[in-house]
Write a protein that binds this ligand. Structure first.
Ligand SMILES: CCCCCCCCCCCCC/C=C/C(=O)SCCNC(=O)CCNC(=O)[C@H](O)C(C)(C)COP(=O)(O)OP(=O)(O)OC[C@H]1O[C@@H](n2cnc3c(N)ncnc32)[C@H](O)[C@@H]1OP(=O)(O)O
Ligand SMILES: Cc1cc2nc3c(=O)[nH]c(=O)nc-3n(C[C@H](O)[C@H](O)[C@H](O)COP(=O)(O)OP(=O)(O)OC[C@H]3O[C@@H](n4cnc5c(N)ncnc54)[C@H](O)[C@@H]3O)c2cc1C
Length: 693
């Protein structure tokens, strides 16, 4: 591990040293688990941390808050340039781990993740071999231009056109209206040399009397800037969209195209193409064009653990150092704020969630990679529907709940949590876009529930009937079939037999989550059926009226996915040589997460008297007991994330906890304090102070 060793010569905070002495499990063993038991990953991370903490600029993340937009961006380009050294030393994996270790976001993340996901999914092998190395080596810098100022969620509604010109064998890209202006395009405002433009593909067809036929949105590679002078090319208007809530080290851009010609070969043609005669060869699955977005959502799902772990680390270390009020006047010291149960209630559910999200993200990324291999091999889309549904719901749940967790951790630090020097406001401001970007969190869960309803339909109708036999019942939705086939009595018996305590067994908790999700899916299906049997045929309106329940249903399914992932990993770890003490604390974290979700969604679990009020009451009262069980291990648990100080950028959460001296030093040395008399004072305020009434 990086932290203990690197900071061993620093002044120790006695509170943190005491907390570390209470650990009941092996921190390094848990850290290895959080690195997927891959010592190579750990070593690369440690090398990157060393590089970052020794870099004159990157080692001082707190200085970001003192810079103008231009200075922030200049700093970001410097930090971006360092990734080349990282990749030379460690290859592609070094890039991912570099991003996970940086305090700040950098524009290269678009080329390396957003553009890369799309290009690797949509480009043909020939295009990959010819072009991708240039993006990997940053000779080209890519971006992804799908959203327009008038359309984001509704991809089918985008207005940019791409017309095939048979005479010259070219495509012509055009922005026909103001609302067709590409907007929000990450990395495009100042940096990108290329972008993947999504445009309505128009081809004149003899079968359509020579009129243009629209084949829907397709991806086209466009060079935006000259490689020698970095100026926009002919017909291209491009710029930065302006200041944002956060993510300001990135240049989100706008783009307008004035009849820009590109070669026919610039259509990304893994799944579809236009031949020189203007004939369109369609994909095996109509939505393979969206595969790139699933890839970025997979990154965001994995990244929720990365960001939430930073917030809980800062909040827990600070909460074991900060003291307020004596419990008894005779006490020598005031009470550590972590000892207040409402302080624990602000932080510990999200500590448990951090671990839950790690295991869920780990599982999803394996499933995503398996799906992409199948899709690329022979456009085998068997797994695509399930992956799209799960990525939509999980990305929505995990990003929103991570944002909530970062904010809860900020609140737990009191006034100091509102200082940029706590490291939390910047983390939060840079993170919250994840609920909008790559698919809005009110929109995507509908895709999940639509899929769940199709599985319920398949399960409940006779398999020989018209049910969609292409639809495979994937592993993550097998519970729908099981719940449907298990008589209610059996399941009910399963829970009722449980004595109060055993309802806390992970098997029982998992079963509660399965049944909860099944009941919600069934309820929506029944509501739609009821509306239709009452003669209402306006399906879009019925669906819109049910939006809230639909999104909640997706959330329940995804929370089950998280619980199942966490529990499966614990069972796997306990079957190999993981020490029992680590397993015990992981089970406590799983139980804390489950009971917290149950406590905040009581109605779901009471829906069909599946559990009795006495059991719910018992669960409600058990949360505080889990907090107490976890209490001795709180600092060791966040130490197991092994986050270096330059990653946290926090005066409140550093490894050795020198909170007050760091906070005062950063405050007193900031440039704003260089001059006692602030700019503007003499001309605006001094006359008032000196005025005579
Ligand atoms: C490593 C550490 C660092 C990590 C850092 C993290 C990430 C990096 C930082 C990120 C920075 C931000 C970058 C942001 C980029 C962007 O925002 S890019 C733009 C994103 N835009 C969207 O997400 C738009 C959302 N809208 C849609 O996806 C679609 O419009 C829709 C909502 C899915 C609707 O699709 P539509 O075609 O209109 O119709 P439907 O009828 O709903 O779908 C038809 C069928 O197709 C299936 N389907 C839809 N989408 C997909 C898909 N992606 N994959 C597979 N299948 C899909 C859908 O289920 C339907 O299927 P059937 O029901 O069987 O017909
Ligand atoms: C930081 C950031 C980076 C981004 N980077 C990129 C990028 O690199 N490339 C790119 O192409 N795009 C990018 N985007 C754009 C992003 O993909 C869109 O903002 C997102 O898809 C949402 O679309 P919209 O903004 O048009 O919102 P809208 O679709 O207009 O949604 C607005 C509101 O209406 C609701 N709504 C819309 N439709 C429905 C419906 N059917 N049912 C219920 N509610 C609905 C939404 O839930 C939302 O609450 C980025 C955005 C951000 C914030």
């Amino acid at each position: 591990m990086y932290c203990p060793k690197t900071y061993e010569n620093e002044k120790k905070n006695e509170d943190l040293e005491f907390e570390r002495s209470q650990s009941t499990f092996s921190i390094s063993e848990l850290n290895l688990i959080l690195n997927k038991n891959d010592k190579n990953i750990m070593n690369i991370k440690n090398e990157i941390k060393k590089m970052i903490e020794n870099d004159e600029i990157i080692s001082k993340p707190q200085e970001i808050h003192l810079l103008s937009r231009e200075e922030q961006y200049k700093r970001a380009l410097y930090v971006s340039s360092k990734i080349v050294d990282i990749k030379k030393r460690f290859g592609e994996i070094g890039g991912d781990l570099y991003y996970q270790t940086l305090f700040e976001e950098i524009p290269f993340v678009i080329n390396d993740i957003v553009f890369a996901c799309a290009f690797k999914s949509l480009a043909s092998e020939e295009q990959m071999n010819k072009l991708y190395p240039k993006f990997q080596n940053y000779q080209y810098l890519g971006s992804y231009a799908q959203t327009e100022i008038g359309h984001g969620s509704n991809v089918q509604g985008i207005e940019t056109t791409c017309t095939y010109i048979k005479e010259t064998g070219e495509f012509e890209l055009n922005s026909p209206t103001l609302t067709s202006t590409k907007y929000w395009i990450g990395g495009l405002g100042k940096l990108a040399t290329h972008t993947i433009v999504f445009a309505q593909l128009l081809i004149a067809s003899s079968s359509n009397n020579g009129n243009l036929k629209n084949y829907g949105p397709h991806p086209f590679l466009l060079q935006v800037r000259g490689l020698d002078d970095h100026l926009p090319l002919k017909g291209i208007t491009v710029g930065d969209i302006g200041p944002k809530l956060g993510f300001n080290s990135l240049d989100n851009g706008y783009l307008r195209l004035d009849h820009v010609r590109i070669p026919r070969e610039n259509m990304l043609s893994r799944f579809f193409r236009v031949n020189e005669n203007g004939e369109y060869e369609k994909p095996k699955h109509p939505k393979l064009i969206y595969a790139g977005m699933v890839g970025v959502r997979s990154n965001m799902i994995e990244n929720s653990f990365v960001c939430l772990s930073r917030a809980v680390t800062i909040a827990i270390r600070y909460s074991t150092i900060r003291k307020q009020f004596k419990a008894n006047q005779s006490d020598k010291q005031e009470k550590k704020i972590i000892e207040y149960s409402n302080q624990m209630n602000r932080i510990l559910p999200y500590l448990a969630q951090t671990f839950a999200f790690f295991f869920a993200g780990k599982r999803f990324s394996v499933e995503f990679d398996q799906m992409m291999i199948a899709v690329k091999k022979d456009q085998d889309t068997t797994l695509l529907s399930e992956l799209h549904a799960n990525s939509s719901g999980l990305k929505s749940l995990m990003t929103q709940s991570t944002s909530d967790g970062i904010e809860s951790c900020r609140l737990s630090c009191g006034g100091h949590g509102y200082s940029q020097f706590s490291g939390i406001p910047y983390l939060w401001a840079n993170y919250v876009h994840m609920s909008s970007a790559e698919g809005e969190s009110n929109l995507l869960p509908q895709q999940t529930t639509k899929y769940l309803l199709s599985i319920l339909r398949k399960v409940t109708t006779d398999l020989s009937s018209s049910s969609d036999d292409k639809l495979v019942i994937g592993q993550s939705v097998q519970y729908i079939k099981d719940e449907f086939e298990s008589s209610f009595e059996n399941i009910n018996q399963f829970i009722k037999e449980k004595s109060l305590n055993s309802i806390l067994h992970p098997d029982s908790l998992l079963q509660l989550f399965k049944h909860r999700s099944f009941v919600l899916i069934k309820s929506i299906g029944s509501s739609i059926q009821e509306q239709m049997s009452n003669g209402n045929k306006d399906i879009p309106q019925i669906w819109s009226d049910l939006n809230v329940e639909i999104n909640h249903c997706s959330k329940a399914h995804c929370q089950l996915y998280v619980v199942q992932s966490f529990y499966d990993q614990i069972l796997l770890l306990s079957s190999n040589d993981t020490s029992n003490s680590t397993i015990i604390v992981l089970i406590q974290l799983l139980q804390t997460y489950c009971v917290w979700i149950i406590n905040t969604n009581f109605v779901d679990f009471l829906q069909d008297q599946y559990v009795e009020l006495a059991q719910i009451d018992f669960l409600k009262n058990s949360l505080i007991n889990f907090y107490k069980l976890l209490r001795p291990n709180l600092v060791p648990l966040v130490d197991s994330f092994d986050l270096c100080n330059a990653t946290l950028g926090s005066a409140l959460g550093s490894y050795n906890g020198d909170v007050y001296s760091t906070l005062y030093k950063w405050s007193s040395t900031q440039p704003f304090n260089k001059n006692s008399i602030p700019l503007g004072f003499n001309e605006n305020i001094k006359p008032l102070i000196n005025s005579k009434l």
